[in-house]
Design a protein around this ligand. Structure first.
Ligand code: SF4
Length: 253
C-alpha cells in the first residue's frame, strides 16, 4: 500500500524518545490557527511512497536510531490510518519503536472505526496526543475540529491498549493560556494512568512566511509569542489540576 508523504526527517529530536526517523504524512482535517505546517493540509500534495520503501530507507539510518525509532507525524497521520497501520506493523516486525504524533482527530466509537484503531494501536508503542484546547467551544474556534474525538481517543487508549501516552499542549494568549482552562486540562488528564509525560509548548509565529508563500492569510497576525517562562507557569497550573484529581479533591472550576 502506498501513503502520501509530505516529508521525512531522519534525525528528529523532539518527536518521541531518542533520535527519531520522522515521517510527516500529508492531509489534515483540522485548521489550527497556529498551524506551522499549512503545506501538509492537502493529501494530494504528498509524494506517493510505499511502507516497504520507507522501511528500506529507515534501515540506512538504523545505526543512529538505536535509542529512538520511527515516528509518524503530519498533517495528521490518522487521515491515512490504514497506511500507518501497515507501516507500523512492518516496523514492529523489525523491532523498531513506533510513535504516533496526532490530535486523535477522526476517532469515534463506530465499531468499524474502533476496529481500525485497535489494529493500529496494536503496533504502536507511544502516542503523542496533542490536546489543543480543553473547552469544546474553544477547541472548535481554535482548530475547526471536535474535542470529543481527542478525548474519546484518550479514553480508548487507556481502556483498550497498552500504548504509553505523552500529552502535548500549546499555550497562546486569548486561547489556551488561561488559568481555568489549564487547570481543567490538568484535572481531566489526572484521571489517566497511561499518561507518562506532559509537554507544554509556547506559541511561536514561525510559520508566517509559509502562509505568505501559500497565499493564505495568517489568522494570528498580531498574536504575541509566548516564552519558556510562560510555559513553566502554565505547566504548574496543569499540574495543580492533575494533583487535585489524583488526590480525589473536587475540581476548583
Ligand atoms: S493538527 Fe497539526 S497539521 Fe493539522 S492544522 Fe493543526 S497544527 Fe496543522
Amino acid at each position: 500500500m502506498h501513503g502520501y508523504i509530505h516529508s521525512i526527517e531522519t534525525m528528529g529530536t523532539v518527536d518521541g524518545p531518542g533520535l527519531r526517523y520522522v515521517v510527516f504524512t500529508a492531509g489534515c482535517p483540522l485548521r489550527c490557527k497556529y498551524c506551522h505546517n499549512p503545506d501538509t493540509w492537502h493529501i494530494e500534495n504528498g509524494k506517493k511512497m510505499t511502507s516497504e520503501e520507507i522501511m528500506a530507507d529507515f534501515e540506512k539510518y538504523r545505526p543512529y536510531l538505536r535509542s529512538g525509532g520511527l515516528t509518524v507525524s503530519g498533517g495528521d497521520p490518522l487521515v491515512q490510518i490504514d497506511f500507518v497501520t501497515e507501516l507500523f506493523e512492518l516496523a514492529k516486525k523489525s523491532r523498531v519503536h513506533t510513535c504516533l504524533d496526532t490530535s486523535g482527530t477522526s476517532f469515534n466509537t463506530n465499531p468499524e472505526r474502533v476496529k481500525k484503531f485497535r489494529k493500529l494501536t496494536q503496533f504502536t508503542d507511544l502516542v503523542m496526543l496533542d490536546i489543543k484546547h480543553i473547552d469544546s467551544k474553544g477547541y472548535k474556534d481554535l482548530t475547526g475540529g471536535n474535542l470529543d474525538e481527542t478525548l474519546s481517543f484518550l479514553d480508548f487508549l487507556e481502556k483498550e491498549t497498552k500504548c504509553e501516552v505523552w500529552i502535548r499542549h500549546v499555550i497562546l494568549k486569548g486561547y489556551t493560556y488561561n488559568t481555568e482552562y489549564l487547570y481543567k486540562l490538568g484535572y481531566h488528564i489526572g484521571a489517566y494512568k497511561n499518561i507518562k509525560a506532559l509537554d507544554v509548548l509556547p506559541y511561536h509565529a514561525m510559520a508566517v512566511n509559509k502562509y505568505e508563500n501559500l497565499g493564505i492569510e495568517y489568522p494570528l497576525k498580531d498574536m504575541k509569542e509566548m516564552t519558556k517562562e510562560d510555559a513553566i507557569k502554565a505547566r504548574s497550573v496543569i499540574e495543580a489540576g492533575m494533583a487535585d484529581r489524583i488526590q480525589g479533591n473536587a475540581a476548583r472550576y
